[in-house]
Design a protein around this ligand. Sequence first.
Ligand SMILES: [Zn+2]
Length: 104
Amino acid sequence: MRRVYGSFDLVAVHHARNVLASEGIGAVVRNEILSSAAGELPPADCQIELWVLSDADAPRAEALLRFESDVPEGSVAPWRCDRCGEESEAQFTQCWQCGLVRQP
Ligand SMILES: [Zn+2]
């Protein structure tokens, strides 16, 4: 088993599992009971997790789920801020240093 996805959003995790199921990849949701028992946002170490049953499916599962996420295509590389020159990870739409919004 290998972890391929984690989120605090139960709906998102179940959606991810459905995406994998539609591709014939078996996966299980973990920490679901833990987080719902808390009655509020779970702490960082009890993210709801999605694990594929077969390690061999993990690369394909990760590719599918990356496609499902909202990260636009072609923005996986870090980008450099025009104003202060700081490098930010692709998933950030604003410079972490000075707050400049990334230009497309
Ligand atoms: Zn900046």
